[in-house]
Ligand binder design. Sequence first.
Ligand SMILES: *Cc1c(COP(=O)(O)O)cnc(C)c1O
Length: 389
Amino acid sequence: MIPRYDPTYTFGDLVRSLRLSRRGTAEKELCGRLRDLYRVKHAFVLDSGRAALFAVLKAHDRPGGVLMPAYTCIVVPEAVRNAGYRPLFADIDGRTLQASGADLARALTQDTTAVLATHLFGVPCDIDGIERLGRDHKLLVIEDAAPALGLESRGRPLRCFGDATVISFDATKVVSGEKGGALLTDDDELAAKIGRLLETAARPRWRWLSFVRAAARKAATRRRLYPLVLAGYRRLGRETMYEVAAPGQDGPKDLLRRASGFSSALALIQLDRLPENLARRRRIAEIYARKLQNLPALRLPAVDPASSASWIQFPVLVDDKRGFYRYMQIRGVDLSWSYRYSCPVTYGLGGFPNALRAAETVLGLPTYPSLTDDEARRIAEIARYYVPA
Ligand SMILES: *Cc1c(COP(=O)(O)O)cnc(C)c1O
């Protein structure tokens, strides 16, 4: 069975990370590598992408509204609320699945102090439009690049957009750590405040526990073992080990945590392979895009052809999401449920028809680097012959 995700690390990486983390310099080295990669002055590593978002909002210290797309990861509005701000949703464009600067501007209120530029699925968003919106209304522009490490927009070399950039090293993202996130900024004042916040933040200590967890996750994703693991999870009434982002997971105190030395080391080691990692993801996305165009039952979101996405998964829109999921599963392909929790619904809000529709119809095809071309072609072939019941 083809799993929905396969962590990008190898067992060898795990052993090396354990050794490297004993030296105690992994966090510093990872920050240095990220600064070089993004040509940015300040880098911090934290326990998760949401922790990075929480930290930058705390440092911004201007509680009020935060503009964001109504279709995004559910932990994003929760981190915003936990930081003492109010999420302000903007409906997305049904074709791109993203909210442009103009879309976000429509949700603007008097008390708005920040806006998120969200590269959903690792596909570049309307950065120019959102930066303009930020400038015109003096908003802090936070780039939510949690799923978009290494993304390049319109042929410009890799760089941070906006005032701060959030990256995630969750198992499902471009580079899988055991967990983890990073925060990048060129703003000295913001960086000084973030540094002070992190001085007192807790740090996970149990290196061995992280190691065992990461190894178990990797082992469970072996193609032969995976169906058994899935069956086990279902017995426990859960879906899989990878759909972890659900509403109500984080309490405010949980969020400000630094990364463990082990997860910093694990991410650091894999940055050496980032170009190959991204090339594989782009190649797999190309196979899907070519084989799945113009089908009656599957639609593909519009992606700017001039940009290089980092594709944590390849989104397809299917009216009967559950039916398609089962159809693929029976044929040995486990798809991702994507951003399945609708933010407006979770917050009891009406409207946002495009965002609602996206939450109901989007599924993700796998794009992790260990997926072979043959597997990608096989997935596309199976998907092509799907006929809605
Ligand atoms: C995954 C994701 C996050 C959260 O990252 P974590 O490391 O899981 O906290 C935030 N925003 C987007 C768009 C994401 O895909």
